[in-house]
Design a protein around this ligand. Structure first.
Ligand code: AMP
Length: 612
């Protein structure tokens, strides 16, 4: 049997982990990077995923998709409010969200599948064996459609998704492995796009989720937006330019703001420098931690209400929480840590890397499923109430929120009109009284009821939620003995046939996708060396002989000539030759800034690493 991996499919970054010698470990890529940016770019030459996609975000903003997790399992109406924050185009279809890239349209599960595939390949390279089975985590608040969309993404990527696990539950597992004590744990998870709070009970190696709450639209991305808005106003005031409509400039600003925010988690002040050459100025600004804290304070405060609600749902007071666990990159922000500590009255645990803890927990869950750990049971809960619409447009709850799953519930209903032979079933999810205020999950009809006076038929409705949190609804008329039962498909819009088609397409294009990716990476590498060489030549060619300069120019011309071709080996060889030709120039350039220019790619990468 092949190994089962654990995958954290994040809004900002994704990771894959596996169990080795009793400990979960995250799997790095060939360059040692653990976090795969959840970014997918559709370029003229093919599809890029992760760092390569993120690097060209500024140049290709309309075809580069990030934060796609926000669109998973949603329709256009659900997301149209926040589209103004995204440079890519979402088609205004009613059903599933469709993103326009070039001449193609892609759905969020397809985009997520590309991310999952990259993680799958990474795991296969590390483990030296095919990986076909996975556990994938989702925010606790993901509804049925979003969970199903995540499972579909796995299928499209060629993964059998054995279990969908709530992220806070996975995090508790990762910690639980190290400290199998009894007590109540609060898991505070603030990532890039979502906030979750979960209250867990731990006893004798058994985890039980007592309550969950959160906000699917709150996270580090919002911190970035607050900072970007502030910077935009500052740029308007100081340079008289409004960059808000310039997509490229906005991306530069967003990336610059995020990097500055991350630095400010460890430093008191930092300088942001962004050249906006197209507008004829370079923006330079010192920012201190207090500036950012003032901007994000209201956002951090918004996490505290859900914490109090979760405590109330669990019937606990803050003092009864024994331990607090931090998850998600945004919990590195000192203000977040202070507020969490104030609320719960104790310092939060942060021993495990907050970016990795969910993936590590997913690997533990994978290990449990593989039979590796037998003394640990996992109980999860439904994040929202589930029910059906009854007379007068009222929601009648069958499964209240925070019910431990897997679970099922049965209830009897009847008709309201004499001789009624068809009953409309409308499946709902949410906490509001009226059906129209809740989320519509599915509609179906129960037909073939014998005509009877109103109130006579006995219609038994059964809700069944499996261990993944996926719902099935059945309706049966009992009085006549004639039974009809119906299975409800999630209503987020992808049909089975569509998913099958996507799977087939992904297989059909697998080879060319890999080839295009490699070609693009080779070209990017060539561009880096060409740029560095031009810069170095411009600044230090008098330090070496004319002959050497000639050699460099020749190698440069040779690389430029093959760069746009599709012969990857030729590009690589020409790049190596140019690298060789510039070695002496690099040695001669004692000025460290110029040296840095020649190795600019490596320096950039090192900085990127640091800022994570
Ligand atoms: P996650 O969704 O858990 O991967 O978290 C990603 C979010 O964490 C992004 O908004 C990042 O900007 C943020 N983040 C990562 N590192 C830091 C840091 N050092 N300080 C503040 N925020 C960070």
């Amino acid at each position: 049997m092949s190994r089962i991996v654990g995958i954290d499919l994040g809004t900002t970054n994704s990771l894959v982990a596996y169990m080795e010698d009793g400990f979960p470990k995250v799997i790095p890529d060939a360059e040692g990077h653990v976090l795969l940016p959840s970014v997918v770019a559709f370029t003229a030459d093919g599809v890029l995923v992760g760092d390569a996609a993120k690097r060209q975000l500024v140049r290709n903003p309309t075809q580069t998709i990030y934060s796609v997790k926000r669109f998973m399992g949603k329709g256009y109406a659900d997301v149209k409010e926040e589209l103004r924050y995204f440079p890519f185009r979402v088609l205004s279809s009613e059903e599933v969200v469709r993103i326009k890239v070039g001449k193609r349209e892609v759905t969020p599960p397809e985009v997520s599948a590309l991310i999952l595939k990259a993680l799958k390949e990474r795991a296969e390279a590390q483990l030296g064996e095919p990986v076909a089975r996975a556990v994938i985590t989702v925010p606790a608040y993901f509804n049925d459609s979003q969970r199903q969309a995540t499972k579909d993404a796995g299928r499209i990527a060629g993964l059998d998704v054995l279990r969908i696990v709530n992220e806070p539950t996975a995090a508790s597992l990762a910690y639980g492995l190290h400290r199998l004590t009894s007590g109540i744990v609060a898991v505070y998870d603030l990532g890039g796009g979502t906030f979750d709070i979960s209250i867990l009970k731990v006893k004798d190696g058994i985890f039980e989720v007592l309550a969950t709450n959160g906000n699917t639209h709150l996270g580090g991305d919002d911190f970035d937006r607050a900072l970007v808005d502030w910077l935009l106003a500052d740029i308007r005031a100081r340079h008289g330019v409004d960059l808000a409509r310039d997509l490229e400039a906005m991306q530069e600003l967003r990336l610059g703001a995020e990097a500055a925010k991350c630095r400010l988690s460890f430093e008191e002040r930092t300088v942001l420098t962004i050249p906006f050459s197209q507008h004829g100025f370079t923006y330079r600004r010192e920012i201190c931690r207090a500036d950012v804290e003032a901007l994000i304070e209201p956002l951090v405060a918004q996490t505290l209400g859900p914490c109090r609600l979760a405590l109330a749902d669990a019937g606990l007071s803050a003092e009864q929480i024994d331990e607090v666990v931090l998850v998600g990159g945004s919990t590195r922000v000192p203000l977040v840590r202070r507020r969490v500590e104030e609320l719960f009255g104790k310092p939060p645990h942060s021993q495990l890397n907050p970016d990795e803890v969910v993936a590590l927990g997913a690997a533990v869950q994978a290990h449990i499923l593989a039979g590796g750990i037998t003394n640990m049971l996992l109980l999860d809960v439904t994040p929202l109430s589930l029910g059906i619409e009854t007379l007068g447009g009222v929601m009648s709850v069958l499964i209240p929120r925070n019910t431990t799953i897997p679970t099922s519930a049965k209830e009897l209903f009847t008709t309201s009109v004499d001789g009624q032979t068809v009953v409309d079933m409308h499946v709902l999810q949410g906490e509001r009284e009226l059906a129209k205020d809740n989320r519509s999950l599915a509609r179906f009809e129960l037909r073939g009821i014998d005509p009877m006076p109103a109130g006579m038929p006995r219609i038994e409705v059964t809700f069944l939620i499996d261990a993944n949190g996926i719902l099935q609804v059945q309706a049966k008329e009992l009085r006549t003995g004639k039974a009809a039962s119906i299975e409800v498909k999630p209503s987020y819009g992808l049909t089975d046939a569509e998913v099958e088609r996507m799977i087939e397409e992904s297989f059909a294009h697998a080879e060319e996708d890999v080839a295009s990716r490699l070609l693009i990476e080779t070209r990017n590498e060539a561009d880096t060396v060409i740029r560095a060489t031009e810069r170095a030549l411009g600044q230090g060619k008098e330090l070496i002989s004319e002959e050497e300069v000639g050699g460099i120019k020749e190698a440069l011309a040779a690389l430029t000539a093959v760069r746009d071709g599709s012969d990857r080996d030729a590009i690589r060889e020409a790049t190596d030759r140019l690298n060789q030709a510039t070695l002496r120039l690099a040695e001669v350039l004692m000025d460290s800034a110029l040296k840095a220019a020649l190795t600019s790619k490596r320096v950039t990468e090192a900085l990127e690493q640091k800022s994570r």
